[in-house]
Design a protein around this ligand. Sequence first.
Ligand code: GLU
Length: 300
Amino acid sequence: MPTHDAVSYIGRFAPSPTGPLHFGSLVAAVASYLRAKSCGGQWQLRIEDIDPPRQIAGADRNILHTLETYGFRWDGPVIYQSASHEAHQQSVQALLASELAYPCSCSRRDLADAPQGAMGSIYPGNCRSGCTARDVAIRVRTDDEPIGFSDILQGYVSQRLESESGDFVIQRRDGLMAYHLACVVDDHLQGITEVVRGIDLLESTPRQIYLQRCLGFEEPAYLHIPVVLNSQGQKLSKLTGAEGIPDVGDARVLSAALAALRQPMMTNSERCPLDELWSWAEAHWQVQVLAGATSIATHN
Ligand code: GLU
């Protein structure tokens, strides 16, 4: 684990190895990178490989190679989320021991009639007062105190978890860790001071802050950038068929990512050597031009 005592800003980029790096992930990588550099901080790279059924063999190496050819340089070793499985388990055990979490045997069918909220079905609390089944998921017990935070770009966001999402899963029935739990534990282990990521995760953040509070972790700052949409208005992702960017660093693609982030453009940026483009982008980076922006349209 890198030491982070002397550095006051530690950011990260945390791709899931579910396919090649597409333009939307490049934009998120560029934003988190330039933000960290402009704050004189570290930029760490974490591969979120805790969901083997969704992963593609070799996608991690492919992502690392692509980032490298575009000129990204990360601080410390690449962190594989699967390596902190024990720490994830310890946090789940700590939450169980303090009765902030409980086992849940509800199947999808049991929850078919659960009320629907903006974040999906709201857990109705069937197993809150105990369940005796063997193969169980673990849920964290929520309450209805508002959980709010001030996002650097999106402003104040607040949720009442019990009524808006209900008690949520932190460990799945198949034993795999849920994203929220793993993300919060790893951000803590890495000493992350600010999370820069796509706005599609904005509504996940109160759940993550709630977990940080339950586990006694410090809360990082949050900065949610707009997501890139395809010509049908869908978020670029593997699910919407987004293609990988060329895996040989290309100034035209990096320039397009900077333009998507509304950054001032250097003359002839598309024909410029990548290191010059990066130096210019670092020197001219400004984040507030994205204040309140939720999406970036592209014509792909
Ligand atoms: N692994 C997530 C993704 O690829 C990002 C999670 C995060 O930044 O918290 O969308």
